[in-house]
Design a protein around this ligand. Structure first.
Ligand code: LMR
Length: 328
């Protein structure tokens, strides 16, 4: 593969990938929805492409389609099963149609930080989740970190009551819906690519996301401020179709999976720092960041944590206990 020049989307046009594959190479189309630079997923996807395209030159080639230029998350898994795309890394909230086990990751206040998430995901219980959708034709290959979610709205959010009656954009997850209903707010499921416009036009009043997504999509420009709630996590599953993975020659599969494993370890170790950088960029750009007192944070926990009871049956108490144990 020729290492492509990463053109900006505006220059590259719709659905243009940043790398050109040569005839005879196994083409691995990687579709995702975030920006490319300064973003944990964007950086990891490009590193994966760069390494495959140089180390597997002539054999395999990754083409990255970022910024929802190829598929939104609500289409990409169907497209994968149809063989139109080989790799994606949707957030763990986007697998509801395929497994209810991943609901664990959307429960508020389970993981105290991204290191706890990492300990759980790399444990036996976490790794077994990679195989939980095989019967549906999907194989999880790796967990990639983004980070902890923060909350924002068109007015200051300091106590849970401040969210009451407001409309919040959520990812397509019933847990996230229940979380905002527990606050007396109105959650609206919406594709990532539509959120900025919806906030700007007042279709929704608020949202929750990581620093890197809030900066990358410029949500802070159309919000009153961001409250540092760290109330939940947003992480990704690098996923492929079992059919495609099985179709690869064994040596190709092994080399590809080894590169992916190394990229995962390298980039996951940096995800916290990447998000902190994005937080700094928001502040530099004039965005307002609010912190909670211990007392205020305890109120959010009290308001949102009852949601666990609604979903523990889907997840399994054992898995929830294993996740909680990763905090120690
Ligand atoms: C979202 O929809 O908010 C996120 O899943 C986007 C992403 O991929 O980080």
């Amino acid at each position: 593969a020729t290492a492509g020049v990463a053109l900006g989307v505006a220059l590259a046009g719709p659905a243009a990938a940043s790398d050109q594959c040569q005839d005879g190479e196994i083409v691995i189309k990687f579709s995702h929805v975030t920006n490319t630079d300064k973003h944990p997923k964007g950086i990891a996807a490009q590193l994966l492409a760069d390494r495959v395209n140089s180390e597997m030159d002539g054999v395999a080639c990754v083409e990255v389609y970022p910024n929802s230029t190829l598929y939104d998350d609500n289409k990409v898994l169907e497209a994968m099963l149809a063989g139109d795309v080989q790799l994606a890394a949707p957030s763990l909230s986007k697998f509801e149609k395929f497994t209810k086990k991943f609901r664990l990751f959307d429960l508020p206040f389970v993981f105290k930080d991204i290191e706890a998430v990492d300990r759980f995901q790399t444990s036996e219980a976490g790794q077994s989740m990679l195989d939980s959708m095989q019967r549906r034709g999907l194989q999880g290959l790796a967990f990639w970190h983004n980070g902890m979610k923060q909350m924002s709205a068109s007015q200051p959010l300091l106590e849970p009551g401040d969210a009451e009656g407001l409309k919040f954009r959520i990812q397509t997850s019933d847990v996230l819906q229940a979380q905002f209903e527990a606050l007396g707010a109105n959650p609206q499921k919406m594709a990532f690519s539509e959120v900025y416009g919806a906030l700007q036009q007042g279709v929704v009043d608020g949202q929750e996301n990581t620093w890197s997504n809030i900066y990358g999509q410029k949500f802070f420009e159309v919000q009153d401020g961001i409250t540092e709630t760290n109330h939940g996590i947003l992480d990704y599953l690098v996923v492929t179709s079992t059919e495609w993975l099985d179709s690869l020659p064994e040596d190709v599969r092994e080399q590809f999976l080894t590169i992916l494993k190394e990229v995962t370890e390298t980039r996951n170790a940096e995800s916290y720092a990447v998000n902190q950088r994005n937080k700094g960029l928001i502040i530099e750009a004039g965005g307002e960041v609010r912190t909670l007192t211990d007392e205020q944070r305890a109120q959010w926990v009290e308001a949102m944590k009852p949601v666990w009871e609604q979903f523990v049956g889907d997840i399994g108490q054992d898995l929830l206990d294993a996740a909680l144990a990763s905090n120690d």
